[in-house]
Structure formats: C-alpha cells, structure tokens
Design a protein around this ligand. Structure first.
Ligand code: AMP
Ligand code: ZN
Length: 114
C-alpha cells in the first residue's frame, strides 16, 4: 500500500469502485472514464508503479493479470475481440502510477493507437 496512490486507495476501500472481479492477487473494476462499451481496469494488489518497474520476481503475477484479462473478456462475451493495454510512463500515456491492464472491447479498435 502506497498512501498517495489512487489504486492503493481503491484496494484499501478508501475510494469506492465496483469490484467486478477479485482474487488473492488482483481486482478488476470499471474505468471511471470508459473508452469503449467494456472498459475494465485489472490491477495487482501489490503496488508496482508501472510495467517499467516489473521485475523477474513479478513474472507469475504478470501472467496472472493477463490470464485474468482473458477470463474477464470471456465473461463479458467479447467474442469479436478486444484489446489489452498497459500504458507505461509519460510517452505511454500512463496517468496512474500503479500497474494496471485496460481491457477494452465492444467496438472495433483503430491501429496505430494515438
Ligand atoms: P492510465 O492513463 O493508463 O494510467 O489509466 C488510468 C485510468 O484510471 C484512466 O483510464 C482513468 O480514467 C482511470 N481512473 C482514474 N480514477 C479512477 C477511479 N477512481 N475509478 C476508476 N478508474 C479511474
Ligand atoms: Zn498503488
């Protein structure tokens, strides 16, 4: 828990979020500013500031988050496809400095991303 971290505050229950999924390592909740009909954030319970700070010891956790995204996409019936995004650092457009996966679906996605 990092006291000035928005997602740590959500994990601690200090800021409300609708936990659509929770397990021992992660939670998922809707993005407050959705960019697609389905837009979930999947975050680890451990505070990791960004993908750029992930270490070899986080390998299993990172795999867990990806597998959770796949499971949530099936539950959300994103049968036509979806996108998993990890914005990283300033150039990556990261605004919340607690590692998170965006699960976006329910509409066609453009490429390249902005
Ligand atoms: P990023 O820009 O990749 O760091 O993503 C951070 C995301 O967190 C943005 O898409 C925001 O809309 C979202 N967000 C910020 N505050 C909240 C909140 N209180 N509950 C849910 N999502 C949030
Ligand atoms: Zn945090």
């Amino acid at each position: 828990m990092k006291s000035d971290c928005l997602f740590c505050k959500i994990l601690a229950g200090e800021i409300p979020a609708n936990r659509v999924y929770e397990d021992e390592l992660s939670i998922a909740f809707p993005d407050i500013n959705p960019q697609a009909p389905t837009h979930l954030l999947i975050i680890p319970k451990e505070h990791i500031a960004s993908q750029a700070k992930a270490l070899v010891e986080h390998k299993a956790l990172l795999g867990h988050l990806m597998a959770t995204a796949a499971e949530l996409a099936r539950i959300q019936k994103l049968d036509k496809g979806y996108r998993v995004v990890v914005n990283t650092g300033d150039d990556g457009g990261q605004t919340v400095h607690h590692l998170h996966l965006h699960l976006l679906g329910g509409r066609p996605m453009g490429w390249p991303p902005g």
